[in-house]
Design a protein around this ligand. Structure first.
Ligand SMILES: *[C@@H]1O[C@H](CO)[C@@H](O)[C@H](O)[C@H]1NC(C)=O
Ligand SMILES: *[C@@H]1O[C@H](CO)[C@@H](O)[C@H](O)[C@H]1NC(C)=O
Ligand SMILES: *[C@@H]1O[C@H](CO)[C@@H](O)[C@H](O)[C@H]1NC(C)=O
Ligand SMILES: *[C@@H]1O[C@H](CO)[C@@H](O)[C@H](O)[C@H]1NC(C)=O
Length: 621
């Protein structure tokens, strides 16, 4: 598709700045063309059109605002009409994003001079199953292997944590950090607990319908109204003029963030050959946006409530996303926490950086330090079951809000016949999506036991690495096994608390967490090892000494690794302005050599060797 695609789809990347391929780690920057030329053919802001029906009220509201044309696909989903190779064409939203991803893949490949297969794509943490599946489909269209759909806020948290060298040790009290991300079209908050080498999301909250663009919109509405009375112009009827006004308002908004005095807005040849001009200052702007600004606090409060933390428990508040540059937004956040906010992270690139790091961690082709991430389920999920032959339907919440993810659970049913399971979001009003159903699953090949009793059916449900819910597996447990089944005990305890009063019914259901299973297996193993236990106690002292040495050795190795990453980071950041490109290239090469050494000859060296290496680096850089 090559060049044509590039011509016709210029501006594609805006709104998707958080997509990134592996290359990002190495190359560091994919620039996102922002020039808007061909209004109707320039697509932007289509991320949130994913996975929704055309009739969805959100889509209908967007449709009125977007300069390009949305149409209904044969299956009811959203399509975009564009002129492509001189022809009107209708593309599914998955295809559109697929093309964008393919373009990014190509860009990365030409920058890297090697093929790129794997990627990590960020999505807002509030994306539902349907939206996530639709983004996955786009990746597939682009021929990319999506290793993970990553929540934007979690990507930011990873970008923050992975380079931090002073995180509390594993057994210490974690460091709680609040991340506030107000981007172009959404507002997300998360609270994460950090220890060395790991992060755990404690809570996420969001307002999916507020972001930088709402502030632009407020300005556009204001000036449209002013131009209507002042110049008798109907801006909203003219897509090109409207788009220009949007751009100018966005600029003005940025200027007002830096300068509180009256600032001019001038557009030449705006409409009907007229030049227009006006002005505004920050105080007026804040007044105009008072309603928007009042929406900053509620998600912050909700996140703190869900994480059950007090303000004193918060170590720092990190803000990212373009709209957090608005002074009044910053002020709201800082007032809420009674604390200065910090801007350690690059507001525009933190998400992309986090994705790239995650990709590198997940990809076998890449060597980066491990960093463990535990995310949370954004909405509670309930499973409802019924079978057409037997009496009895029932339901049970399988994942509660903020439950750790990814995660699997095994649920036990007692059934004589095949049955259906329907998964849906427990609290539809909390989900910014009109359909609370997630999916329907049929458990087949279930019959009564030979004595006519119910069969025990174990069904495995999971929320996977992409945040997708599924019924992963089901199996019938043969009756004779039941007596000897160790796993029963923890399961029954679990279920009695969840299914009180229903225990005797045919339709009994038990929830058992993977952790539980692992534990009971581990217990069995311990029993088997009993004989060797006594002989071991003498060896223990020796082992502990060994452990300590091994840890020191590892720390020394990590220090070298950290130095390399940290320095590389600075090369593209704070140092960038101060050194020549030639020097920068030379240094990058040396860092690369060191990194390679670490994973090859330097993989397994005594502590002293690492210390010498670090010294050598320090002298050179
Ligand atoms: C609808 O069709 C389009 C293209 O034909 C496809 O990409 C999309 O995944 C479909 N959506 C659903 C919900 O099946
Ligand atoms: C703010 O903008 C005004 C008007 O353009 C200009 O005169 C003034 O120098 C600016 N102030 C700062 C601090 O940039
Ligand atoms: C974040 O992503 C994970 C997938 O890694 C998913 O399981 C989880 O539900 C998501 N969390 C939020 C808050 O969206
Ligand atoms: C499904 O469960 C059965 C029994 O627990 C197991 O043998 C099988 O490997 C599982 N299959 C998958 C795909 O997990």
């Amino acid at each position: 598709m090559g060049l044509e695609l590039e011509e016709n789809f210029k501006g594609f990347l805006s709104g998707w700045s958080s997509i990134v391929c592996m290359s990002w780690v190495i190359k560091n920057k994919i620039s996102f063309p922002q020039i808007v030329t061909n209004v109707k053919n320039t697509l932007h802001g289509f991320k949130k059109l994913h996975g929704r029906a055309f009739e969805d009220p959100y889509i209908q509201a967007e449709r009125a605002k977007l300069p390009y044309e949305l149409q209904k696909m044969p299956n009811g989903s959203v399509g975009v009409k564009v002129r492509y190779l001189d022809e009107e064409r209708l593309f599914a939203i998955e295809q559109i994003t697929g093309m964008l991803l393919a373009k990014l893949k190509e860009t990365s490949e030409s920058a890297l001079k090697k093929p790129v297969a794997d990627c990590v794509i960020s999505v807002p943490s509030f994306f539902t199953d349907a939206e996530r599946r639709s983004v996955m489909a786009a990746a597939q269209i682009a021929g990319l292997n999506c290793l993970k759909l990553m929540n934007e806020t979690t990507a930011v948290a990873l970008a923050y944590g992975i380079y931090k060298q002073d995180l509390p040790a594993l057994e210490e009290k974690p460091r709680n950090v609040v991340f506030v991300d107000m981007g172009h079209s959404a507002y997300q908050v998360s609270i994460c607990a950090f220890n060395k080498g790991k992060l755990k999301v404690l809570a996420t909250t969001f307002d999916p319908f507020i972001g930088g663009r709402n502030f632009d919109e407020a300005l556009v509405d204001y000036f449209s109204e002013e131009f209507r009375t002042k110049y008798k112009l109907n801006v909203k009827e003219n897509p090109r003029a409207l788009l220009r006004l949007y751009q100018e308002c966005e600029k003005l908004k940025k200027l007002m963030s830096a300068n509180a005095s009256d600032l001019p807005l001038n557009i030449e040849c705006f409409m009907n050959d007229l030049d227009v001009s006006s002005k505004m200052n920050r105080a007026q702007f804040e007044q105009l946006c008072a309603a928007l600004l009042s929406r900053v606090e509620p998600p912050l409060r909700a996140a703190m409530d869900q994480a059950k933390l007090q303000r004193e428990d918060i170590y720092s508040i990190e803000i990212v996303g373009g709209a957090t540059r608005i002074p009044a937004v910053k002020e709201q956040i800082s007032n809420f926490f009674c604390k200065e906010i910090s801007t350690t992270l690059n507001a525009d690139e933190a998400v992309a950086r986090g994705c790239a790091l995650q990709c590198a961690i997940l990809s076998p082709a890449f060597k980066v330090r491990e960093f463990s991430i535990t995310d949370v389920v954004p909405y509670s999920v309930t499973l409802r079951w019924k079978s057409s032959y037997e009496e009895g339907t029932g339901e049970c919440e399988v994942f509660s809000k903020n439950h750790a993810a990814p995660f699997s659970k095994v649920i036990t049913f007692h059934k004589k016949e095949p049955f259906d399971l329907e998964a849906y979001y427990t609290h539809p009003h909390e989900v910014p999506y009109p359909d609370s159903r997630i999916g329907r699953f049929t458990i087949q090949n279930v019959g009564p036991q030979h004595d006519g009793d119910n069969s025990k059916v174990k069904v495995k449900v999971r929320v996977n690495i992409h945040g997708l819910f599924s019924v992963a597996n089901a199996s019938v447990i043969e009756k004779q096994n039941i007596e000897g089944d160790h796993n029963d005990t923890p399961m029954d305890t679990e279920s009695s608390s969840k299914n009180q009063g229903r225990d005797d019914e045919l339709d009994k259901m038990q929830v058992d967490q993977d952790e539980g299973i692992q534990k009971s297996q581990a217990e069995q193993q311990n029993q088997g090892d009993e004989e060797t236990e006594n002989a071991g106690s003498e060896a223990k002292g020796k082992m502990m000494m060994q452990d300590k040495l091994e840890k020191e050795r590892n720390d020394a190795k990590n220090a070298v690794e950290e130095y390399v990453y940290d320095f590389r980071d600075k090369l593209c950041g704070v140092f960038e302005k101060f050194i020549t490109e030639e020097d920068s290239n030379k240094l990058t090469l040396m860092l690369e050599d060191t990194e390679n050494w670490l994973y090859e000859d330097g993989e397994d060296q005594p502590k002293q060797v690492y210390m010498d290496k670090l010294q050598e680096l320090r002298v050179r850089f």
